[in-house]
Write a protein that binds this ligand. Structure first.
Ligand code: ASP
Length: 325
């Protein structure tokens, strides 16, 4: 049946409307905000072995925190600061993310990342990326420029490249040849900005020698990455399979929102639960989190976790084992 011209016009405008309303939905967070003086940022650079202090990574993190503190003070959004700090760690060549992501069992890099906006619960993630320079940027593009949440593998990589993700040749990656057993330097950020918005992001090369195609917890929303305004922003590192099985970061939020736990009790409960389930060797890891008041938590069941934080009223502090300085 041939449509009368008038109904064809209505159909066309309806289609247009459908597109424009979906892009309005994925609008990036507000640019600048100074509604409150309080802001806070916590970062991690993965779990660490006993006795080993990765000084270079700690120095890098302290400087990065100082830069990000300035950005937050001048009103940058939590989302932008999460993206910028994770990107800097990806580019540094010091962590198992971006440039220094570890190899899989077949000898090449496959990276995973996610970013989440606590204000809108909007989120983007990528997994098994081989040539994307900054997986966290690709995750942000998925969030801002598509109506989807997660893009994976070769086709996902093509899609994020089409919307602006920068790619590199395989030789860009340092391709750490499994020389750091148990040294998993995944990176993550959790931020509270001066609008009171929370955001979180995580980026990783996953486990070295992983089976090609394996995806860890980092890009799985509610497992390795989660943010919800008024509650918590959190990013995890460690035995990803357990963080997925225990829905780790979302369950921190649930404990805080419905169970009345504070951020310290909720994060510790989840870390302890996974360590207990994992027996002697499995289920170990750490979580960084910040709540909507700017309180930090960073429990870990591994010997150490590289992490650091800064706040409107606090200079950057970094640490690996119990103490921070
Ligand atoms: N959680 C990451 C993964 O399982 C690895 C890590 O944080 O060390 O992919």
């Amino acid at each position: 049946m041939k449509l009368p011209q008038f109904s064809a016009l209505i159909l066309a405008s309806l289609t247009l409307f459908a597109f424009s309303s979906s892009s309005a939905e994925t609008k990036p967070a507000d640019k600048k905000c100074k509604a409150q003086k309080e802001f806070a940022i916590i970062l991690h650079g993965g779990t660490a072995r006993a006795g080993k202090v990765p000084a270079e990574r700690l120095d890098f993190m302290r400087n990065l925190l100082a830069d990000m503190k300035k950005n937050l003070k001048q009103g940058d959004s939590a989302l932008d600061v999460v993206e910028a700090s994770v990107m800097a760690m990806e580019d540094s060549g010091l962590f198992n993310a971006g440039k220094a992501a570890v190899n899989n069992a077949a000898g090449f890099v496959e990276t995973d990342a996610a970013i989440m906006d606590g204000k809108t619960q909007n989120t983007g993630a990528v997994a098994s990326m081989r040539f994307v320079k900054n997986p966290i940027r690709a995750a942000r593009l998925v969030m801002d420029k598509t109506r989807h949440v997660m893009m994976v593998g070769d086709r996902g990589e093509q899609a994020v490249t089409n919307i602006g993700a920068q790619t590199v040749k395989a030789d860009y990656f340092i391709n750490n040849p499994h020389n750091e057993p148990n040294e998993h330097g995944t990176v993550g950020a959790a931020v509270l900005d001066r609008c009171g918005n929370l955001a979180a992001g995580t980026s990783t090369g996953g486990y070295d020698a992983k089976i090609p195609g394996r995806v860890g917890d980092s890009p799985v929303i509610g497992a390795g990455t989660f943010a919800k305004n008024g509650v918590v922003a959190a990013s995890a590192t460690g035995h990803g399979e357990y963080f997925i099985r225990f829905n780790a970061t979302a369950s921190i939020a649930a404990r805080m929102e419905y169970g009345d736990m504070d951020v310290s009790a909720a994060t510790k409960a989840v870390i302890d639960q996974m360590a207990k389930a994992g027996g002697k060797k499995n289920g170990r890891g750490g979580i960084i989190a910040v709540d909507s008041q700017g309180n930090f938590a960073y429990p870990f069941s591994t010997p150490g976790m590289v992490r650091g934080f800064a706040r409107y009223d606090m200079d950057p502090q970094v640490g690996v084992f119990e103490e921070m300085n």
